[in-house]
Design a protein around this ligand. Sequence first.
Ligand code: CAA
Length: 289
Amino acid sequence: YFIYFLLFYPHTLILVSSYHQCLFPLHAGGQYEYILVEKRGEKNNVGFIQLNRPKALNALCDGLMREVGQALDAFEVDGDVGAIVITGSDRAFAAGADIKEMQNRTFQECYGGNFLAHWNRVSTVKKPVIAAVNGFALGGGCELAMMCDIIYAGEKAQFGQPEILLGTIPGAGGTQRLTRAVGKSLAMEMVLTGDRISAQEAKQSGLVSKICPVDQLVSEAVKCGEKIASNSKLVSAMAKEAVNAAFELTLAEGNRLEKRLFHATFATDDRKEGMTAFVEKRKASFQDK
Ligand code: CAA
């Protein structure tokens, strides 16, 4: 039907294509405008996304987050990619949602268009995602990092939810994920005062798992990604699903889900290979099946 339609109304192709361009602004040649995307690691098995709006400290404008979503979609279906790293620059992971873009938005627009809902794509990716945070991770920047599965921080990183200073509150999961990560008192203090915490405080409170020298952060994050990617992608997705369930379910429900997923690994070739390799004293060779 679509081909028939195009035969008689060829101009629709131009309309569809320009609508697509407007939703997903791409530079000529299919390059992204706000992010750099490549594959890293010795085996090119780590998807790498670098936020690239340096003049705006990587403020997360709508176009940038749509591109992040597109890049994640592409890595999700790329059979070679076993983990994904998201990073910014040395100065800023991201200084939050784009305040200039938000300044004149109305409630009707926000509510009607479910403003920021598409950011959630970051937390629904099945493959493990690592945030490598140097510099500012503020507001939506901190929330973006917290949507990832693992956060590595550079020594000078700063985390904060300063929305209160703008007369608003976190809107991309900050009040929920920060509270679960660092506990009520510190989360309340950060959300109510807008004060930032250092990388060291973030490590102490459990928000980040590792602190690295600024210039080694990205390579350490990629190394972690390579380690993850060397395991079965299928089983990694199950492990990720099980850990994430701890944030959603009661202990009994979570344990039940874990048990079901654990049992399910016995239906995979990779579980058999992993245990056989151990018994045969050799390295496992996973086929993601
Ligand atoms: N949105 C838009 N532009 C931003 C921005 C943001 N969130 N953060 C920084 N910029 C821009 C600045 O406007 C400035 O641009 P111009 O040169 O055109 O003026 C440029 O980036 C450099 O910033 P500064 O001059 O302010 O740099 P600084 O070193 O003096 O300060 C900073 C750095 C402390 C991070 C400061 O820029 C700042 O406070 N930024 C805002 C942080 C913030 O409030 N984030 C929360 C946003 S709301 C949100 O994220 C809602 C949500 O929950 C999703």
